[in-house]
Each structure stands twice: as structure tokens, then as C-alpha cells.
Design a protein around this ligand. Structure first.
Ligand code: SF4
Length: 153
């Protein structure tokens, strides 16, 4: 069991679409959404719309098998997953069916190094039951503690 905590920038002017996407997930698309969680063993998931002076972001948190969940979003050919991939791409520009090689975050990570482009990025045990799939997790964590860069509107 793992936890995913990610930030996806929302394309300019798509905030209402993001709200509609969330409403559809727990409305018309609920059966497909629940089937996804059942297939991959997710126990909880939350989506949050964060509006900031630097733009808006979709904050995604879920508990489950992270690799399996993203593989399911990338490859399952159900009507739900086809709809889900299309909506995510339209809102964020992220193509779940064609993730970048190496670390999935390297196209937008401020700490990216050459070796971040290579597969696989290992899971690094941090102790205390924590782990990170980031080659430069100490850099990222140190920077986050020093200077928070997101100002809440
Ligand atoms: S520094 Fe970490 S999060 Fe950033 S691209 Fe490299 S592995 Fe990914």
C-alpha cells in the first residue's frame, strides 16, 4: 500500500471545467470511477482545486498501489478510462497514456538532473515507514522547508 500526493497545473481558464470534471466523477461517471478503484485496490482518493496567484492546480491524493493505478489509467480501454484520460489531458495537458520516461515529473521539476530521465527511478527507503521515488528527495525537501513557493489566494 502506498500514497500518491501530486500537483497538476490546470490550463488557464479551465477552473470551471475542473469543477465539472469532479462533479462528473461522483455523478454520471461514478460507476466507472468505482470500478477503477476496485481494479487497482485504492482505498481513498481526494481531488482539490487550488487557486493561487500563480495559476490553478489540481491536487490529487490517493492511497493504494500507485504504479498499478497509473498503469490502469494509461492502458484500460473502458469507456470510463477513455473519458478520464481525455478530461485530464484537456484540463492539465498531461497525457496519462504516454507518460515521460524516467521520473514522471521531470518535465516540470525545478530540481531535474540528467539521471532523472532514465528508467527506473528506484524507491528509496527513508526510514520510519516512509519512502520516496525521487533521486534528489533531500534537495526537494530542503527547499520546501526553506521557502514555500505557493501563496494561497
Ligand atoms: S529531482 Fe526527483 S522529482 Fe525531480 S525530476 Fe528528479 S527524480 Fe523527479
Amino acid at each position: 500500500m502506498g500514497v500518491f500526493n501530486g500537483i497538476f497545473p490546470i490550463q488557464a481558464g479551465k477552473e470551471e471545467d475542473a469543477r465539472a470534471f469532479a462533479a462528473e466523477l461522483v455523478g454520471a461517471q461514478l460507476a466507472g470511477y468505482e470500478a477503477h478503484h476496485s481494479r487497482v485496490g485504492n482505498t481513498r482518493e481526494t481531488f482539490t482545486l487550488q487557486e493561487t496567484p500563480m495559476g490553478s492546480f489540481l491536487l490529487v491524493w490517493f492511497e493504494g498501489d500507485v504504479q498499478k493505478a497509473f498503469a490502469d489509467h494509461a492502458t484500460d480501454d473502458s469507456d470510463f478510462e477513455t473519458w478520464f484520460r481525455g478530461r485530464v489531458f484537456d484540463l492539465t495537458g498531461v497525457d496519462l497514456a504516454a507518460p515521460p520516461a524516467g521520473c514522471r515529473f521531470h518535465p516540470r521539476c525545478p530540481f531535474v538532473h540528467d539521471d532523472c530521465h532514465s528508467d527506473p527511478i528506484p524507491l528509496i527507503e527513508l526510514g520510519g515507514g516512509r519512502a520516496a521515488r525521487c533521486l534528489y528527495h533531500e534537495l526537494c525537501a530542503a527547499d520546501a522547508r526553506r521557502e514555500p513557493v505557493i501563496a494561497v489566494a
